[in-house]
Design a protein around this ligand. Structure first.
Ligand SMILES: [Zn+2]
Length: 109
């Protein structure tokens, strides 16, 4: 029962990993700003947009790391165990975020 549940989560994590890797690659293709001739106003817009891209990319890279870590834990057999108190993480919490590291109690701390 639990094994099957974990298998489902593993699939979910795997799909998320693929999605993130693709998105990050796409974001990496975004040309850097400052190329070409823009008016000052345009340049500010471009810069803002660029920083939004950067932030988004960082966010996605962070998430990708978490997802990879969770997949690694499945391989090692310690998936679903809270990293703080070593107790089992609640199933609904894993469903909401399979890459979660802590149980409900420890998340609140
Ligand atoms: Zn805990």
């Amino acid at each position: 029962m639990k094994k099957r549940f974990f298998k489902k989560l593993e699939e979910k994590l795997f799909l998320e990993k693929e999605f993130l890797e693709k998105e990050i690659k796409n974001l990496e293709k975004v040309p850097s700003f400052g190329e070409g001739k823009f008016s000052d106003e345009k340049e500010v817009d471009e810069a803002e947009e660029y920083f939004t891209y950067l932030a988004l990319k960082e966010e996605m890279k962070k998430r990708l790391k978490e997802v990879e870590r969770a997949l690694d834990k499945i391989k090692k057999g310690n998936f679903g165990i809270c990293e703080r108190c070593n107790k089992e993480i609640e199933i609904e919490k894993l469903l909401a975020n399979p890459a979660t590291k802590f149980c409900k109690k420890c998340t609140k701390k």
